[in-house]
Design a protein around this ligand. Structure first.
Ligand SMILES: [Zn+2]
Length: 62
């Protein structure tokens, strides 16, 4: 039996990850990395300043 395994690099920590059905977190190596990555961009979206966050800049670019 020749079982082919595909490996990808975890987008978060660049560790080699086996691409298989058992790995629910692929392409991440672990739940932790997946959450970190998701949390990362979620936080970025949430931290986009509203109008009141940078009043000085808002005035300058108005
Ligand atoms: Zn990882």
């Amino acid at each position: 039996m020749n079982k082919k395994t595909t490996s990808v690099d975890c987008p978060n920590c660049q560790r080699s990850v086996e691409w298989k059905d058992e790995n629910n977190f692929r392409p991440f190596c672990s739940k932790r990395c997946k959450l970190i990555d998701f949390g990362g961009w979620a936080n970025e979206l949430n931290s986009i300043p509203g109008e009141s966050a940078y009043p000085a800049l808002a005035d300058e670019y108005d």
